[in-house]
Design a protein around this ligand. Sequence first.
Ligand SMILES: *Cc1c(COP(=O)(O)O)cnc(C)c1O
Length: 400
Amino acid sequence: MIPPGDQPPELDQIDLARPWMGSEEQDAAARVIASGWVAQGPEVARFEQAVARVTDAAHAVAVSSATAGLRLALLAAGVHRGHEVVVPSLSFIATANSVVDAGAVPRFADVDPVTQNVTATTIAAALTPRTRAVTVVHQGGIPAELAPIHQLCDPLGIAVIEDAACALGSSLGHHPIGHDSPLAVFSFHARKIITTGEGGMVLTSDPARFDRLRSLRDHGVDADAYQRHTARNPAPAHYREPAFNYRMTDIQGAIGVVQVGRLGAILRRRRELAAHYQERLRALPGVVTTADPSYGRTNFQTFWVDLPDDFPVDRDTLMRRLGEQGIATRPGFMAAHLEPAYLDDPRFPAADRLPVTERLTHTTLCLPLHHGLGIAELDRVVDAIIQIASPGQPDRPDPG
Ligand SMILES: *Cc1c(COP(=O)(O)O)cnc(C)c1O
């Protein structure tokens, strides 16, 4: 039905995010389906090699999600019941949940107010004699400064696991995230920088861990199913330890190979769009925007603004009013320790105060950023924010 003519014309909806996919991904998926082998096989192996190549990593193990990958990384790091793992509360809740799934207890660390990442200082405040590992999140793609964290943790025998779910294509110094990492985990969920719908990958510099991770994702088996399928006289399989089915399908693997090929173009486009946001948002005093840290580069997987205390409207009001104008935004990162899953649960130590986390989770807003947007749409977003923030201005221009 066409709406009555006396209504103001509706502006197009501006989405927060959208996967960058085309006929190449369709063809890749169709080719796998036609091949007769759709479970984990040669396409997953190609995807692993492609990700290892762009991250300059020694070994890569594809898994069904980053959450599954974090679970395997914790096992590979020797985390089990009775241990504690330091994690940021300010992260998607999977970071903390994977620790609970491993039988260990998450200890929440606060974050730096600008990068929104844990630092050696905030981690040090959360260490106890039971700490076995630290999960460092590269928040929204902003690389965490790893060198001081390794300086703190390595001598104590505390494993450093990177939750790099959002950080494929980000870099630290001159190296991509994942390069030379003991354990780093990427996500290929539809909201991430490249996607296979669902999916994840664990990178490791350690050949023994590589071998164990491959086995752990596949019921603990000591052989490769596709190799057995193609061998004339396959040796009987044996199972080394109780484990999981965290495999990726070859349909996803084939899509992933195409997506890795797009990564350079995706990163360039996001950087151009982010630069325009940064430039235009300077008009709003006190608003902090996503930017590269001094020691690395973000992939701009997420572009957030952090509103100052004296901003004319609060974050939720801004989000609602932008939504009324067809502009989709989301609150910044969640704080796991404030969710029912962790708040008031006697199994977890009473949350220490996390003042920076508790502020940022209420003051940051993620703005639309994807390849389908142009400068005109970004200007519409910024103009709307400026207008909403102007005292005494109506939300919409009066149509009369
Ligand atoms: C998305 C995300 C995850 C979970 O990834 P899945 O692939 O959906 O399991 C974990 N940690 C962080 C920081 C994320 O952003």
